[in-house]
Every structure is written in structure tokens, then in C-alpha cells.
Design a protein. Structure first.
Length: 260
């Protein structure tokens, strides 16, 4: 029996460095990170994200780390909300793209030139106002004119996974499949934070200021399926949109037992 314990301990000691090296280095924001793959497919709000707002300006940004690139005729959603906006990576040339619905009109475009690469952290942005744009690592530009405010949406906000699109509107060609990589420090602001063609890439953690409407740091302990919104608006995220329902059921049961 003692030899079995010794062998098990030696195996774990050998395995731990391999597990550590399998994780990417910390992003420039530091702290934890969100893993996304076929199993850990997305995180989302349980309720509609700002359903009654018509944003005059909006900036969605994140640090991403890709283990691989999308296959031909596929694209990955980084962050988005059905019917309102989306920031994506289009395969197989890893071009960055974005679309937004504004007052009955939609515009979308994927372009190359951002040199999105694997196994390094990249700061990506989607920017919406009277014109719209996207960027990576401090460089970007405008691509379309949504002609006004982003329209309302009664859908949850989702990071990773699949963002459903209206086939009658302008949209990306190909299948929306599940992202494989890591995401850190996602911030959404109700203002245009970056002006083309170049801007300073953020260093350290994203700040919360008067324009921050959602911020997720993903610093929670491993295995946690709940991710807190660091802004004052309380749009917390749940893994795969399932855990929240289970948790709410447990809370209801517990409260009922307490009242007895």
C-alpha cells in the first residue's frame, strides 16, 4: 500500500508542471482568465442586457488568447448580443470583424490586416457610433455607417459560444462555431474609447469609470461558474446559461426551508 501512495505522489509531482505549462501566461491585465472550448462553450447574463438602451456610442473590448484559428467557412464570436452587435474572428485567415444593427439598418464586414496570431494575448475592440469600427493591438479603423443609435435588444449578452443572427440582415458568411482559447478582462463602455487609426493599448487592469457599463475580470477561483460584473450595473455572467437556473432553484428551496 505504501508503494502505491509513493507512486501516486510521484505521478502527481510529474503531472503538475505539465498542467502548469498547458495554461497560457497571464494577460497584461493580470489575474485569472476564462477558458473557452467545446465543453466550456460560453458565459452569459441571465437577463436581457440593457434592453431599453439605444446607445449613441459603444466600445466592447477584451484580451484574447487563441490556441488555434477558426477553420475555413467558420467564425468565432468573442462577445455580442443577438440583434444588436457582435465582435468576431473569421477563419481561416484570422481576420477581425464586427457588425451592428442600428435603427433598422445593419452593416457587417470582415477584413484582414490585423495579424491575429495564436498563443499570444491580443487586445481586440469593437467600436460603434455614427460610424463603426474595430481594432487589434492599438490599430484599427471605421468600416461602415450604421446611421444612428444601436437598436434595442431583449437578449442576454454572451461571451463565446454562438450568437444567433437574423438571416435577412447583412451578416457574416459561414458557420458560427465555438471559440477555442482564453478571454480576460472584458469591458463594455457607453462611449467611444479609441479613435482611429492608432491608440495606446491598455496596460494593467481595465478601470471602472463613469462610462463603464459592464466589466468582467474573470478572477474567480477555478471551477466557479459565476463571474461578477465589476461595474455597478450587476450584469453577472453564468457558465453556459444553465448554472443560474439551477442556483436560483436551490436558493428558492433553501429560503422555503428557512421559513418553515
Amino acid at each position: 500500500m505504501i508503494y502505491r501512495h509513493i507512486l501516486t505522489s510521484l505521478f502527481l509531482i510529474t503531472l503538475l508542471p505539465l498542467i502548469a505549462t498547458a495554461l497560457p501566461p497571464r494577460s497584461p491585465a493580470g489575474g485569472g482568465m476564462l477558458k473557452l472550448d467545446e465543453i466550456h462553450d460560453f458565459v452569459a447574463t441571465t437577463d436581457a442586457w440593457f434592453p431599453d438602451e439605444q446607445f449613441e456610442g459603444l466600445t466592447a473590448e477584451a484580451w484574447i488568447y487563441l490556441e488555434e484559428l477558426p477553420e475555413l467557412s467558420t467564425f468565432w464570436s468573442i462577445i455580442g448580443q443577438e440583434g444588436r452587435f457582435n465582435l468576431i474572428i473569421h477563419g481561416p485567415d484570422a481576420s477581425l470583424g464586427a457588425w451592428g444593427y442600428a435603427e433598422g439598418a445593419a452593416g457587417s464586414l470582415t477584413i484582414g490586416g490585423f495579424d491575429l496570431s495564436v498563443r499570444e494575448w491580443i487586445h481586440v475592440t469593437a467600436i460603434y457610433d455614427a460610424s463603426a469600427g474595430m481594432g487589434a493591438n492599438g490599430k484599427g479603423g471605421n468600416w461602415c455607417c450604421p446611421r444612428g443609435h444601436l437598436i434595442k435588444s431583449n437578449k442576454p449578452l454572451r461571451i463565446g459560444g454562438i450568437i444567433f443572427q437574423d438571416p435577412k440582415r447583412s451578416r457574416f458568411v459561414g458557420d458560427n462555431v465555438k471559440l477555442r482559447g482564453y478571454v480576460d478582462e472584458v469591458r463594455i463602455s457607453n462611449v467611444v474609447r479609441y479613435v482611429r487609426p492608432e491608440w495606446k493599448v491598455p496596460t494593467g487592469k481595465f478601470e471602472v469609470d463613469e462610462h463603464t457599463i459592464s466589466l468582467w475580470r474573470f478572477d474567480e477561483a477555478p471551477g466557479i461558474n459565476f463571474f461578477k460584473d465589476a461595474s455597478e450595473n450587476g450584469y453577472d455572467l453564468w457558465r453556459s446559461g444553465v448554472w443560474a437556473v439551477e442556483a436560483q432553484g436551490k436558493l428558492t428551496t433553501t429560503w422555503g426551508q428557512l421559513k418553515k
